[in-house]
Each structure stands twice: as C-alpha cells, then as structure tokens.
Design a protein around this ligand. Sequence first.
Ligand code: ZN
Length: 257
Amino acid sequence: MFVDTHVHFYDQWLLPDAEAAIQRALDEGVGKMIQADIDSHERPLMWEIGDRHRGVLFQMAGLYPGSVGEDWKQEMDMVMESVRVHEGRIVAIGEIGLDYHEGKEFSREQKEALRVQFELAAKLNLPVNIHLRDAWEDFFEVLEDCSHLGLRGNLHCFSGSLESYRRANRYGDFSVGIGGVITFKNSRLAQTVSAIPLEKILLETDAPYLAPAPHRGSRNESSYIPLIARAVAEAKGTGVDRIEEVTTQNAEKLFGI
Ligand SMILES: [Zn+2]
C-alpha cells in the first residue's frame, strides 16, 4: 500500500471528480491520502469529503502562506477552532510556510503566522507540513528561532538542494515530500534524492497540481503515486516494492495514521 501525503480533493479542479479519483487511487494501491489544509474558505469542503472516507482520507489544520493577508489573525482563530472541533483527528499542522512567489507584501505576516503555527504544532505534538517557495533564507531564520520547539515534519513538494535538506535538519527532524517534479526531464531532484536516506522520504502528489510524467501539465490525482514511486526507485537504485514499503512506514509513523 502507498500513502499520498499531500493532496487537495476539495480543490475546484479536482472536486467534481473527487469520488472517482479516490476510487482510482484505491484501485492503484494508494490506501491512505492526507489532505493539506489551506484556509477557512476551503476547510469545510475538505472535512466534508474527509468525513465520507474515514480511515482513507486524513486531514491537516493550518493556514497556507498564500492565504496570509491583513486578516491572518482571524484566519488563525479559525485554524484553532478547527483543531478544537476535530480534536484527535488532525494529523499535522499544514500546509504552512512561506511563499514569496507573488511578492513579499505580507512577508512579515507570513513569518509571524509560521511562528505561531510552529508553536501550535509543538503544543499539540503534531508534525508540520511545510510549503516553501522563493523563501528559503527567511524560512531558516524562523526555523532557527523555533529550534527549541523540537519540531518534526516534512518539506512538502521538496525540490531544494541536499544542503537545504541538511540545514533544515539542524533545527528539527525533517523528511522530504517527493512528488511529480522527480519525473520531469532535466530535473536535478533525482540526484538529490539519491543522497537522502530512504527513511526520510515521503511520496505525495499535491494533486490537482504538478502531475508527474507522462501526465505533466494535466490534472494530477493520487492514483499517479506509483509513477512517482517508480522514479524514486530509479533514483535510489532499488525496487518499487521497497520504496512502497519504506515510504508507507515513514508516513504512518510521522503522521500517526
Ligand atoms: Zn498543497
């Protein structure tokens, strides 16, 4: 059995086909899927689908950096409310992090929201699911400030260098979430993955985004996880069976699922 450690079935692109996509994933041996939380607008739908598939779908709680704006404190209150309402059923605080791709207008607020959510994860003894884009240096700054929290989690959609993976692990216990990017031609990720211990690797789609080859550019879904596993197996010079076994163990242990 495979685990998809990062997916959004409630996304408008995937939602109309979510039930069929969940079935296709199960048919391909993807037995557990973890939905990353974004913000208060998407959260009710995420739980509606999640509640229909208990034991198969698992949910996070968190405020996505791209959703951090002037109202971020109200959004944080709603994250706290979700934590209260779904007590014992939240598997991670995520996806949280920093994203400066659309600009740095709210960089100060994003860093503050990240810090608050790191503290929340530590308080609840939950892992964190990190989203990072064009913001590594500021991320390390916040992470260093929070190194006393004993954080654990994963760097979702990892495409960084071996050095950035190692640096994150100086301040906490971090795995990497490997997705469709590893299947792209000219991707340097395979080389980086070959040097990261298999015990620190998780599989994910980030569906509906970032579909692996040969579906690149079209809508992604959890049933493509075996394509990603095959690329990881190639990078590690081992069989898909071993990738399936170890990455599933890793996910079950980290998220307690
Ligand atoms: Zn995501």
